[in-house]
Design a protein around this ligand. Structure first.
Ligand code: ADP
Length: 188
């Protein structure tokens, strides 16, 4: 069952455990790499489930701008997925925390949300960006994800729903805790 929190009058935040390719939303966010040519983890799962149309769109973006920088986001078709779009963002590789990782991870969430709004999306799902092969510590990454989304929706009422999709139980529990902590500090 989804853990649901209503943190403002409009935008609902959900925490789900499972596979992001199965979630029904307008935009699914991909934790891509700068090449946009696909990889393992959630990137591989999204390209496998969505089919070759996603990579074809990525290649057009590569031809236009040469990939995607860390912290930035680009948008493509979602191919065979039920979503309308995939928003590809590139999380930072964890390097001990002194290389602006937090700032870059915040930018991933903010830029993906802005791109979703710009494309009239009302619902969006995020994976736990950077917490796989990029090695970001789970607690820090979850706090950044929750803070960045809460900050964005505090200034924009364009989104109906933001879903955090945790692939593993550990992140699922960490996100629930991060949301509860945020709610306490926001409402106290
Ligand atoms: P990164 O390179 O940004 O670390 P990864 O894909 O390696 O990206 O991992 C990011 C997160 O996505 C990890 O928490 C991983 O467990 C999770 N993940 C992997 N496959 C899926 C999936 N199908 N749906 C949702 N999350 C997934």
């Amino acid at each position: 069952m989804p853990e649901q929190e209503r943190m403002n009058m409009h935008t609902k935040i959900e925490i789900l455990k499972g596979d992001i390719t199965k979630v029904t939303v307008d935009a699914i966010v991909n934790a891509a790499n700068t090449s946009l040519l696909g990889g393992g983890g959630v990137d591989g799962a999204i390209h496998r489930a969505g089919g070759p149309a996603i990579l074809a769109d990525c290649r057009k973006i590569i031809a236009r701008q040469g990939g995607c920088k860390t912290g930035e986001a680009v948008i493509t078709t979602a191919g065979n997925l039920s979503a309308k779009f995939v928003i590809h963002t590139v999380g930072p590789v964890w390097n001990g925390g002194e290389k602006n990782e937090a700032q870059k991870l915040t930018a991933c969430y903010t830029n993906a949300l802005q791109l979703a709004v710009d494309n009239a999306c009302k619902t969006i799902a995020f994976p736990c960006i950077s917490t796989g092969v990029y090695g970001y510590p789970f607690h820090e990454a979850a706090k950044i994800a929750v803070d960045a989304v809460m900050e964005f929706i505090a200034h924009s009422d364009q989104m109906d729903k933001v879903v955090f999709v945790c692939f593993d139980e550990e992140n699922f529990l960490i996100y629930q805790h991060a949301m509860a902590t945020k709610r306490e500090s926001t409402w106290d």
